[in-house]
Design a protein around this ligand. Structure first.
Ligand code: SF4
Ligand code: SF4
Length: 147
């Protein structure tokens, strides 16, 4: 199963991972268009927390116990048992924010419409997730792990 881990000692809290996440989840995949022109605006699915001197980039952990999947009344959050990925279906999401409340990592946020949520999908179209590939300090690691 694909997983992203963070090297706390290497994260400098620059927020570049958020920029590339936003770009990857935009229509244009272009920074200027994504930030200034697209409507609805794409949002980063990453949160960067800084408590000096430590910074950390936080995203969905695709938890084994999946509290968001159990809590979602609409069936919009599902666990793929083969890949271990927790996926979100925007067509089913009714924006009740239950998953926002139950996620222990604070990894779910409203998208820019304010009507549905957005969370890390591990960039299914890329060999390496955008945040990992573009972290200037190699603070993010993507690896296949056995569950
Ligand atoms: S959204 Fe939160 S609760 Fe759900 S799998 Fe990701 S980290 Fe876990
Ligand atoms: S906001 Fe959407 S995904 Fe989250 S619990 Fe509600 S319906 Fe499910």
């Amino acid at each position: 199963m694909r997983r992203i881990s963070v090297k706390e000692e290497a994260c400098i809290g620059c927020g570049i991972c958020q920029v590339y996440c936003t770009m990857e989840h935009s229509k244009s995949k272009d920074a200027i268009k994504a930030y200034l022109k697209e409507n609805p605006k794409p949002v980063s699915r990453i949160r960067v927390e800084t408590n000096k001197p430590v910074s950390m980039s936080i995203r969905c952990q695709h938890c084994k116990d999946t509290p968001c999947v159990y809590a979602c009344l609409a069936g919009a959050m599902t666990l793929d048992k083969e890949t271990g990925l927790v996926t979100h279906d925007p067509e089913k999401c009714m924006g009740c924010w239950t998953c926002v409340m139950v996620c222990p990592y604070g990894a779910v946020k409203p998208d820019s419409s304010g009507k549905i949520i957005a969370k890390c999908d591990l960039c299914p179209n890329l060999d390496v997730p955008a945040c990992v590939a573009n972290c200037p300090n190699d603070a993010l690691v993507c690896e296949e792990v056995d569950e």
